[in-house]
Design a protein around this ligand. Structure first.
Ligand SMILES: NC(=O)c1ccc[n+]([C@@H]2O[C@H](COP(=O)([O-])OP(=O)(O)OC[C@H]3O[C@@H](n4cnc5c(N)ncnc54)[C@H](OP(=O)(O)O)[C@@H]3O)[C@@H](O)[C@H]2O)c1
Length: 302
């Protein structure tokens, strides 16, 4: 099977490259035309109209994995046209090209399509109500995939992190060296999800040959606040000797930490549909954190 991987140098794209290798021949594409480690690959810019249609027509893949997104949630407030272009308009072109080429499209979306005011984990068919530009553009991308008529799988995830890339874990570890005290919000709840687990789940779900179209939620089990996540990061990182000291943590309400983009207060996603359809359920977020910190500790000792 010929598999086009878009965004092969992002947190998720990097892991998809490894996890989906057993499924077929992977053709990786990035914005820079390079993979992590400086190896060359195909080049694609989602901001260029027509580029994706041309690429799909040229490569004729059977499967497309789209790990590209404008993920800078606050920056999206300042550049809404670019966020809309990358997360929605380009995705629409991609989905229509997949439909013409009869390629299956795996696309990723976010908990930020929801408003955050639920008393229970969000289900796939709950009403969406994005609070900011990023969530609105991702929702428009989802709708474009559904409306295109292409064979598709939309996986909504949340709080993604990895041993590489830009994420809360890496920022927290960097700040451990620079700060005595950190103020972290305690009233936003979600499920930290390792990019590797998401990529492995994607590969396993694809291997099940479930050909139905749909939207599924895929996040780690359990939930925590950003404050609890930070506390767990420092506890695991100290134990694994990834850091020598941890800052004091002070839990604060979101109202004391204003950001350009409003974030949902409650982001936990209900993954029962993914479990029922594919027989797959991610373990608790603390297990994932220990694995990722272990990976970082190992990399330092090599
Ligand atoms: N990160 C999260 O917490 C989170 C939460 C919920 C859902 N998601 C979703 O999960 C998916 C993967 O996210 P991630 O965490 O892996 O994001 P990421 O690490 O920020 O990766 C995004 C990728 O998109 C590429 N990209 C951005 N603009 C582009 C453009 N104009 N043309 C081509 N490539 C472009 C980036 O390339 P450069 O590095 O060269 O810019 C990068 O490879 C996305 O659909 C995202 O919306 C993420």
């Amino acid at each position: 099977m010929k598999i086009l991987l878009l965004g092969a140098d992002g947190q998720l794209g990097y892991e998809l490259h490894r996890a989906c290798a057993p499924l077929g021949e992977i053709l990786p594409y990035t914005y820079s035309g390079q993979l992590p480690g400086a190896q060359r690959c195909g080049k694609i810019d989602f901001a260029v109209a027509g580029a994706l249609a041309e690429l799909i027509a040229e490569q004729r893949p059977q499967l497309v994995l789209n790990a590209v997104a404008h993920t800078a949630v606050d920056r999206a407030e300042d550049e809404p046209a670019l966020a809309q272009r990358v997360n929605a308009e380009a995705v629409s072109e991609l989905a229509q090209a997949c439909r013409s080429a009869d390629a299956r499209l795996v696309h990723y979306s976010t908990d930020y399509v929801f408003g955050g005011d639920s008393q229970r984990p969000w289900r796939e068919d709950d009403a969406t109500h994005p609070l900011a530009v990023y969530g609105r553009s991702k929702l428009a991308g989802e709708e474009a995939v559904r409306n295109s008529g292409c064979r598709h799988m939309i996986l909504r995830t949340a709080w993604v992190y990895a041993a590489r890339g830009q994420n809360f874990l890496r920022t927290a570890l960097k700040l451990a060296k620079e700060r005595e005290e950190l103020r972290i919000v305690h009233d936003q709840i979600g499920s930290p999800t390792p990019a590797r687990w998401l990529a492995t789940s994607t590969a396993l779900a694809l291997a099940k040959k479930h050909e139905g179209n749909g939207t599924w939620h895929v996040v780690s089990d359990g939930e925590c606040s950003w404050f609890q996540f930070a506390a767990a990061i420092y506890s695991e990182a100290l134990a694994a000797k990834v850091i020598e000291r941890a800052p004091r943590l002070l839990g604060i309400p979101s109202s004391d930490y204003p950001t350009k983009a409003k974030r949902p207060a409650y982001s936990r996603l209900d993954c029962s549909k993914f479990a029922n359809d594919f027989g797959l359920r991610l373990p608790d977020w603390r297990v994932g954190l220990r694995e990722v910190i272990g990976e970082m500790a190992e990399a330092r000792t090599l």
